[in-house]
Design a protein around this ligand. Sequence first.
Ligand SMILES: Cc1ncc(COP(=O)(O)O)c(C=O)c1O
Length: 393
Amino acid sequence: MSGAGRHTQLLHAGAPTLRDGAGPVNVPVVRTSTVRFATQQDLESRQHRRAAGERVASYGRHGLDTHQALEDALSTLEGGHRAFLAPSGLSAITLVLLALLSPGDHALVSDSVYAPVRRVDKTLLQRLGITVEYFSPAHDDLAALIRPETKLVYLESPSSLLFEVLDLPELAAVARERGVPVAVDNTWSGGWFQQPLRLGANISIQAATKYIAGHSDVMQGAVVVDSPALAERIAATHEALGLAIGADDAYLSLRGLRTLPLRLAQHQRNATEVAQWLQRHPQVGRVFYPALPDDPGHALWQRDFSGASGLVSFAFRDAGASAASAFVDALRWFAIGASWGGYESLALVAPPERLREHRTWQGNAPVVRLHVGLEDPQDLLADLDQAFHRTLT
Ligand SMILES: Cc1ncc(COP(=O)(O)O)c(C=O)c1O
């Protein structure tokens, strides 16, 4: 497929081969726990091939046709060597941390990271004798923070509350020069608007729960690596943790992937309209959306991304802490909900204690994060307008 455009590749990656000259467009949903073998020798040969690193299944946990088709499509999407599936975005993150870090190791993590990463650190990594240091890529010099025992740089760009865009090529070059692998949470871009492996990172992680599945009906994570050496390390930990997802969920993500670029383009159009409308609103102090020319991350976003997702945050201008919850309560089309990436609009009050963890955030105004869905934008604007009236007049 090399040489074909990205849309073409994404639509055809993982397609089933024809048998006797015919077959379905989509890969079947192959549900199984046990894999049957004709002979003991067939079983042993499969086990040996797997032990040698070949991606074949000798048991249902390894995933059969549906899983492999999704893995192929994800590798194509991210431009990687191999993909691994996990039961949630968070378990995909934990998989990477456990695969790359051992007792005594040190990891550098950007401070605007998805907050539950800090919980993995507190509840698991600290107990294993692994030290995590949070740094602000905007304020700190990564080169000066890397120690001999630093074994991972973990980033999220843009971050998922205020969308801080990191200079990924620069950070990855610094880490690579010192032999430290770089993992990036790429969920915001869906893997379509940004390809971290092409920008110098070694591992791209996504909560497939969000834009890949795209319909708020699947929990899933994906890890895509750039090399056979990293694939071997991730594979060993993946196997040890017994991570597995159901074939139905793998199918739903594969189906979601086929329309990912179209959905993202519409999310971007609607979100841009909402972000520009919010910028003009007298009760809004600041809008966070990297596609806006005055967003601090705009220049990096323009350089490294081909589009922007449906997430827009805003800070109130002159409002007390209770304004944010009154505002989201007043919304009609935006449901209150913690996830995003589905077709529908959502709103969430950004917890102030989370914002304070980001060194680039200096304010104390209440912040609301919107996920702008695929509804008619005029309905969304009218909804926001009535919510401002009901909250602040
Ligand atoms: C940026 C980011 N990464 C990872 C996750 C975790 O994904 P999941 O909810 O599938 O565990 C989320 C979930 O909100 C997220 O926003």
